[in-house]
Design a protein. Structure first.
Length: 364
């Protein structure tokens, strides 16, 4: 039990006072003509404490106890009993009186000559003004609209590859670029030797080739590899690529990585499942091991996907998209057949839209 109490004291107190047993043993050891330095090292005390305890010790254990530090006499400027009686009687007769009104009555009716701050302190000491605990409003995150179709929005981020994983002769830094589809949670990761805008452009091109389609939106943080820090006329290379591919680059709010929560959470999984056990000796070895891990991580069930894997979720979304498109294309084909004999211009528009739908199906 004493051990538990001591451990709790260590966690809660900055300074742990010495017990009576320690004080008594230190004083007795000193009075047996032992060295002061030896006693201080043995009991982990200072020379001043040892001398103070030796002076207080009169043969009883209780004499080594700490005495009260409370002053023997009240402060000379403390409120008198008469003033305290005035305050208590006025509050008793006027329970809803404010402090300013109370101070005014004491000043003009009783000749109270103290400062209002002094009155406030004595009221708080008497228990009339209790410290009100500030209610901290809990953070309620706003609902996030997760896309229901693949290719609506991707999240992009970069993380450091831990140095302890690298066992090569020459120290070097490596960076993991991560792209995740918000709808299917399928990811693409690849290591780079530098964290730069050119690595970002190369990685996005590799991600589009890996997924087989390009997104409508790519969401990133405000890192220098994704955007410029200050307002400038120059266009970031990543924004140039997005404009060429007709992709909207969306930046999250400053210092709020939770807005990119899906890719941040996947990085935590990488630390627990991959980097905790990783050991590589070269850049090519890191690429090889990361490819194997990517294949494995995209085939792990996830609770948020109703225990489907990201690959299975992607296939499910593709099937639903194809089914929806087949229904729409069938409707327009029947409409085309009905209107082909009446309105030639309108039928041409429907036929062109029907061809576009077929091309989308082929791409998927």
């Amino acid at each position: 039990m004493n051990t538990i109490i001591t451990e709790n004291l260590k966690n809660t107190q900055r300074y742990i006072p010495h017990t009576l047993e320690t004080r008594l043993a230190a004083v007795k050891t000193y009075r047996n003509n032992n060295s002061i330095n030896f006693i201080c090292r043995r009991y982990k005390i200072s020379k001043a404490s040892l001398m103070r305890w030796n002076k207080k010790y009169n043969g009883t254990k209780e004499s080594l106890m700490d005495k009260s530090h409370k002053p023997h006499s009240p402060h000379p400027n403390a409120h008198t009993l008469e003033e305290l009686t005035w305050i208590k009687n006025l509050i008793k007769r006027n329970p809803n009186i404010s402090m300013i009104e109370l101070y005014a009555k004491l000043k003009f009716n009783k000749g109270y000559k103290r400062h209002p701050c002094s009155l406030f302190r004595i009221l708080r000491k008497l228990g009339f003004y209790k410290d009100v605990e500030k209610k901290v409003k809990p953070y309620i995150p706003k609902p996030y609209n997760t896309p229901k179709a693949i290719g609506e929005k991707w999240q992009l981020d970069v993380k450091y590859v831990p140095k302890r994983c690298y066992t090569g002769c020459h120290p070097d830094k490596f960076y993991q670029y991560t792209m995740i589809d918000e709808a299917s949670r399928e990811r693409f990761i690849y290591p780079f030797k530098e964290q730069s805008s050119y690595s970002t452009v190369q990685f996005v091109q590799m991600a589009i080739s890996y997924f087989g389609y390009k997104p409508k939106i790519i969401q990133t943080d405000n890192g220098f590899e994704f955007t410029h820090f200050k307002n400038t006329k120059r266009i970031h290379p990543f924004d140039v690529l997005c404009n060429q591919l007709n992709i909207r680059h969306q930046l999250i709010r400053l210092r709020t990585p939770r807005h990119n929560g899906k890719v941040e959470r996947s990085h935590r999984n990488d630390n627990e499942r991959f980097y905790k056990y990783l050991s590589f000796y070269s850049y090519n070895d890191l690429i090889c091991q990361m490819k194997k891990y990517l294949y494995r991580s995209n085939r792990l069930p996830m609770q948020i996907l109703n225990w489907l894997t990201p690959v299975e979720k992607r296939q499910e979304l593709q099937r639903s998209y194809l089914l929806c498109n087949s229904i729409i294309s069938g409707f327009y084909f029947s409409l085309f057949c009905l209107t082909s004999f009446t309105n030639v211009h309108f039928s041409k528009k429907i036929s062109s839209y029907f061809v576009e739908l077929q091309l989308i199906r082929v791409k998927i």
